[in-house]
Design a protein around this ligand. Structure first.
Ligand SMILES: Nc1ncnc2c1ncn2[C@@H]1O[C@H](COP(=O)(O)OP(=O)(O)OP(=O)(O)O)[C@@H](O)[C@H]1O
Ligand SMILES: [Mg+2]
Length: 347
């Protein structure tokens, strides 16, 4: 009963947070270093007062990210406030923030590290849950990180945490790097579940593609037949209703528009259709790296990227159906630091 009630409360809060975010969604290309510097400026006084050393490491020439500046700053501020709180009364108080380009995910990675008390193993999987807090009554609502998670996801990104008790904590955000192309063709995202559809669409839009949506099979087919699409991201659930209609529609178009099938099913009609027709299969959970690989399999090299030197290095993806399954968010940083025992998994 109590579990039911708290699940209900959590659901209400999730909806409220989603609603609040949608009210102001207004995105434009943002310079992460500039944005983060302005967040830190808000805390300059407290940093000095509490003896917190701040180190910044922003890679030069970073791509921008398509973001609502206010929301992204809110997310970063929540991470900074948590770091400050975790370092209260600790001997070493060092906050390291930075950003770098992660070519294989086509993403800007933002990191926030502290030398605070750390997070116990048992709590690591719960910190993004609404109302999860270890603070005393009246001290924290436990909403900071759930807001952060929601904002990151709305932007087509991922967030991960790494921590070692007594040593410190690192939060890492991956956000699509904004690299618009001249192409005016849209990418179609068709999925019956709004959450999944919005997530894939936010990634694609974050990279600078124009996106069209469909939430049912007939709308998806109609948009497909209308043309001017660079690629289509169709969920198995959309195809399942009428595989033959999709086959016919693709034949009518010469099968020329690259299809990425998002589906967990390995067998049956839809899977067969995927093997015949898809340039890539995306299996849940949807992640930046795997969607990026699928986009690259789908689009010809010329249409792709903004000419950044290292963006080109990521093109070695097979055009054959690529099993784009789960990969954890291990980065060079988090695996090479001897002091960090666990590798954060992007959620
Ligand atoms: N940098 C960090 N170091 C150690 N623990 C952390 C850190 N960030 C978050 N946590 C843990 O995760 C919990 C949840 O964080 P979250 O920001 O969601 O809520 P809160 O800080 O407790 O409350 P609120 O943000 O609403 O004031 C914290 O109570 C704390 O236990
Ligand atoms: Mg907090």
């Amino acid at each position: 009963r109590i579990a039911e009630e708290s699940e209900r409360a959590a659901r209400i809060v999730r909806n409220l947070l989603a609603f609040a975010r949608r009210q102001t969604a207004e995105r434009s290309p943002q310079d992460v270093a500039d944005l983060f510097t302005r967040v830190l400026a808000l805390r300059t006084y407290e940093f000095r007062l509490n003896g917190v050393d701040v180190e910044m490491a922003f890679e030069r020439g970073l791509p921008r990210v398509l973001a609502d500046a206010g929301q992204l700053q809110q997310a970063l501020l929540n991470l900074v406030l948590n770091a400050e709180q975790a370092m209260r009364g600790r001997a070493t108080r060092r906050l390291e923030v930075g950003a770098s380009y992660v070519a294989d995910a086509g993403a800007v990675q933002i990191t926030v590290s502290d030398t605070g008390h750390g997070i116990e193993d048992g709590n690591l999987g719960r910190v993004f849950d609404p109302f999860f807090t270890t603070r005393d009554v009246g001290e924290g609502t436990g909403l900071g990180l759930s807001i952060c998670y929601g904002i990151v996801r709305d932007h087509g990104g991922q967030i991960a945490v790494d921590s070692q008790v007594g040593v410190g904590t690192t939060f890492a955000l991956l956000l699509p790097a904004y690299m618009p192309t001249a192409a005016n063709e849209e990418l179609l995202v068709a999925h019956t579940e709004q959450g999944e559809r919005d997530y894939v669409a936010a990634m694609l839009a974050g990279w600078g593609f124009g996106v069209a949506f469909a939430d049912n099979a007939s709308a998806a087919l109609a948009r497909y037949r209308a043309g001017n699409l660079g690629a289509i991201f169709i969920d198995g659930g959309i195809v399942a209703g009428d595989v033959d209609a999709w086959r016919a529609a693709r034949q009518a178009k010469g099968g020329s528009i690259p299809l990425v099938l998002t589906s967990g099913a390995a067998q049956g009609d839809v899977a067969k259709f995927g093997r015949e027709q898809a340039v890539a299969l995306l299996t849940p959970p949807i992640e930046l790296r795997t969607v990026r690989a699928a986009v690259q399999a789908a689009l010809s090299h010329d249409d792709f990227g903004d000419g950044r030197a290292d963006a080109n290095e990521t093109s070695g993806v097979d055009a054959a159906p690529a099993e784009a399954g789960r990969r954890t968010g291990s980065t060079e940083d988090s695996t090479s630091q001897s002091g960090v025992s666990r590798t954060g998994e992007y959620v």
